[in-house]
Design a protein around this ligand. Structure first.
Ligand SMILES: [Zn+2]
Length: 577
């Protein structure tokens, strides 16, 4: 990345969108248009048209069918250019010519761990073709998606290790039905060889999918073990015949590290909870391997698919920042320097693996090719939640029934579960709405006062309330699928969409989050342009994520995406207009 910055134009105060969440920020990156225009106002978005849907309904914001603005890849295709997109958020729509490899829409289950505590190894019974073993083979079974696997622990005579040292994974109780042979290795020790090849699993719907296995631990007496498996994923390429000749590893998809298992304590206690670092080492290896697999797909696609525009994505460092940023900010009350000292190098390792992926693109870069690097948002340390709906409920603006669900007939406003930093007014123009046009103005004023009055001790928690009718043009907020009032909070606080919270403010274990006002310094992000037509060593200011697509289009000599309102960053270019 340092090389890319040194030889190119670089901005590190890039403004994201409101809310600064993955789906809306990428929708705006690819289209050059704000959320008001893209229609993607969150990772989940309220359903429209409003007449047909209540304020309780939402759909995924990662659905390309909801995107109402033209993407850079569609504009490129329109200009006759060849496009390859790998795993980019909102990529994957059907296209005659563009090649979309989209693993996120092919995920067929969750990742998980199998341990001796949950699946106690038993004396192996009624197996066919048992492999040679220095000790009586022990068996256990486990499932990935809808597929059942049979594990056999043996003492491999060819392995100098005494006791159980090998796990055979088979599709049935038959040693000839071999799927994987694993040796235990501590995290960071076994290298890539410690991981299985992609093994065939089955999704709940019966589709074929693949997953990887990793044996992190096996006790020599067979009493305990720790087996991790990645999320089963189907193959997802827009033109399947193009996979011909690609290795199973290139065709597979992992995408993310085991962040959920790590945060749930399945990998062992985290450092912040008194752990010895094993949980982090295991998590880090899943990150490195996910990156390794991502590199295999991209390496193959770069070499074998025809492209003029190649767009690739990684979910890192975002995923690890969510886990650890909360412990790294000295400004957060309760900051523990000793924990930060241990976690910081681990986060740096995650940045290094992302840098290796970038290195692949730089090393494989054909002549006369522009390399651009951009991120969708920043990150902030959070330790307190603000139950916005509790405030509405206390004021009689939100009513719950005896089951704790929202009762729309008695509800005027809601901070919806999509948690996009905005409230919705239950207007009569919406299904089951009750607020008339004449009441709306007074209601907005009342909610604004209620929000600004929230206190944590003597601190005002909500620092600003934005109305799309007056602030929409400047902030790109509102629209049919957007919110009616947008919030900004004190640093360290996140809105909480829960219903029936006991208190308005609750404290929790620190974590990292984004989604806030994009003008906040912590939400700023970076952009690097490097290649023909770009000044070397140029520092850029006043850059927004919506400037990315029009600038690339201009450099490339194709029309900007149709709905783009971003600017061409002329100060980055060697030949300004
Ligand atoms: Zn994130």
């Amino acid at each position: 990345m340092a090389k890319l910055i040194e030889g190119g134009a670089f901005a590190d105060e890039v403004t994201s969108v409101f809310p600064s969440l993955t789906a809306p920020a990428f929708a705006s990156l690819w289209t050059g248009a704000p959320p008001t225009v893209t229609g993607i106002s969150g990772n989940r978005v309220p359903r429209i048209p409003r007449q047909q849907h209540s304020i309780l309904e939402s759909g995924t914001g990662f659905n390309p069918a909801l995107l109402r603005a033209e993407t850079l890849w569609a504009a490129a295709e329109r200009a006759g250019r060849r496009v390859v997109v790998t795993h980019a958020p909102l990529g994957g729509e059907p296209s005659a010519r563009a090649v979309h490899i989209q693993g996120y829409r092919a995920i067929a289950g969750r990742d998980g761990a199998v341990t001796g505590r949950a699946s106690k190894p038993q004396q192996a019974q009624s197996w066919k073709n048992l492999p040679a073993s220095g000790a009586p083979p022990l068996e256990m079974t486990f499932a990935i998606g809808a597929a059942t696997f049979f594990g056999l622990f043996i003492d491999d005579p060819a392995d100098a290790q005494t006791g159980y040292d090998t796990l055979i994974v088979a599709g049935s109780r038959d040693g000839a039905d071999l799927r994987a042979k694993l040796k235990p290795a501590a995290p960071g020790r076994g290298g890539e060889l410690a991981w299985s090849h992609p093994i065939e699993a089955k999704s709940a719907a019966g589709h074929s999918a693949t997953a990887y296995l990793r044996l992190f631990d096996l006790k020599p007496d067979g009493s305990d073990f720790f087996l991790y498996y990645t999320r089963p994923a189907r193959e997802m390429i827009s033109h399947p015949e193009l996979w011909n000749g690609a290795s199973p590893t290139a065709r597979a998809f992992i995408g993310n590290g085991a962040s959920l298992l790590y945060s749930q304590g399945v990998f062992g206690p985290a450092i912040a909870n008194g752990g010895d670092g094993i949980a982090e080492a295991r998590y880090l290896e899943t990150v490195a391997f996910a990156h390794h697999q991502l590199m295999e797909t991209n390496r193959w696609a770069l070499a074998h698919l025809p492209w003029d525009l190649f767009l690739a994505y990684t979910p890192f460092p975002d995923e690890a920042e969510h886990q650890w940023r909360g412990h790294l900010d000295p400004a957060l009350p309760g900051f523990r320097p000793e924990i930060a000292r241990r976690l910081r190098p681990l986060l740096e390792r995650v940045y290094q693996t992302a840098d290796e992926l970038l290195g692949l693109f730089i090393s494989q870069r054909p002549e006369n090719t522009l390399v651009a690097l951009v991120s969708d948002h920043g990150m902030e340390a959070i330790h307190k939640l603000v139950a916005v709906n509790k405030v509405l409920q206390q004021a009689g603006l939100l009513a719950l029934n005896e089951k704790g669900h929202v009762e729309l007939a008695r509800t005027k406003a809601l901070y919806p579960a999509v948690n996009n930093g905005y409230l919705l007014i239950n207007s009569k123009e919406r299904k089951d709405g009750i607020v008339g046009g004449e009441e709306r103005e007074r209601l907005l004023g009342q909610i604004r006062s209620l929000l600004l009055a929230i206190r944590d001790g003597d601190r005002q928690v909500v620092t600003a309330v934005y109305d799309p009718r007056t602030d929409g043009a400047a902030l790109g907020i509102g629209g049919d699928g957007g919110g009616d009032l947008y919030l900004d909070l004190l640093p360290g606080y996140e809105p909480d969409a829960r219903l029936g919270a006991a208190q308005v403010i609750t404290q929790r274990e620190p974590y990292g989050m984004h989604g806030f006002n994009p003008n906040r310094p912590s939400m700023r992000t970076l952009m690097v342009l490097n290649g023909p037509g770009v000044k070397a060593g140029q520092r850029l200011r006043d850059v927004r994520v919506i400037d990315f697509a029009p600038t690339l289009a201009w450099l490339w000599g194709i029309p900007s995406p149709k709905d783009s309102s971003g600017r061409v960053i002329f100060e980055a270019l060697t030949e300004p207009r």
